[in-house]
Design a protein around this ligand. Structure first.
Ligand SMILES: CC(C)(COP(=O)(O)OP(=O)(O)OC[C@H]1O[C@@H](n2cnc3c(N)ncnc32)[C@H](O)[C@@H]1OP(=O)(O)O)[C@@H](O)C(=O)NCCC(=O)NCCS
Length: 169
């Protein structure tokens, strides 16, 4: 029997190319048919290897989940950006390669992200998901989130509703 090691850790610059790949595949899978094609393509193209290398070095914390040496997903985390919500931490993004979805890795990555935010002294957590992303809504509700607020994102004149899930300490 082969044993696969699952490791969740902070991303390093050498992970940039794999994360750019995950980002591209996961965003195509999650948002094709929801976000207009042209906008989605340009959002994906903006986030190439250099963008990710820079993000890992400077910007928000990027976590990766690695399984048997493959980067299967990433999460970006930091301070909550929505002033109307009192939770201090936020998971900005949490994405897995399509072939690694539905086997529990998302839940593990979510818990690791949540723990890391609270280790940094940030109390409570917010995640936003597009209302049309039914898998994400089921995932966050299944992981104990309460949907407390709504917002709107406009993509190429198409307005899409988004939902905020929160967890309190
Ligand atoms: C959403 C996502 C992060 C979930 O991670 P995952 O590893 O696939 O989910 P898990 O296997 O840990 O599942 C945990 C729970 O989430 C829910 N869930 C996950 N995938 C689901 C799906 N396709 N449909 C319905 N519910 C789903 C279930 O309630 C599941 O509970 P169960 O184990 O009792 O069935 C992952 O599927 C993903 O990256 N999707 C595409 C990108 C995305 O939408 N990211 C979120 C953007 S806000």
């Amino acid at each position: 029997m082969n044993t696969l090691t699952i490791d969740i850790r902070k991303a390093e610059p050498r992970d940039a190319s794999a994360i750019a790949d995950v980002h591209q595949e996961a965003w195509h899978g999650a948002y094709s048919g929801i976000i207009p094609h042209r906008t989605l393509t340009s959002m994906i193209n903006r986030r190439g290897v250099d963008w990710w290398a820079n993000a890992i070095r400077k910007a928000a914390t990027v976590l990766v989940v690695e399984i048997g040496g493959t980067i299967a997903g990433y999460a970006t985390i930091g301070k909550n950006r929505a002033r109307e919500l009192r939770q201090q931490g936020e998971i900005y993004e949490l994405y897995l390669r399509p072939e690694y979805q539905g086997i529990g890795l998302g839940s593990r990555l979510f818990k690791a992200a949540k723990n890391r935010l609270s280790d940094h002294g940030l109390r409570g957590l917010v995640v936003w998901a597009l209302e049309d992303n039914h898998n994400a809504l089921a995932f966050y509700a299944g992981n104990g989130g309460r949907d407390v607020a709504e917002g709107v994102e406009v993509f190429e004149q198409k307005a899409l509703k988004k939902v905020a899930f929160v967890w309190n300490d």
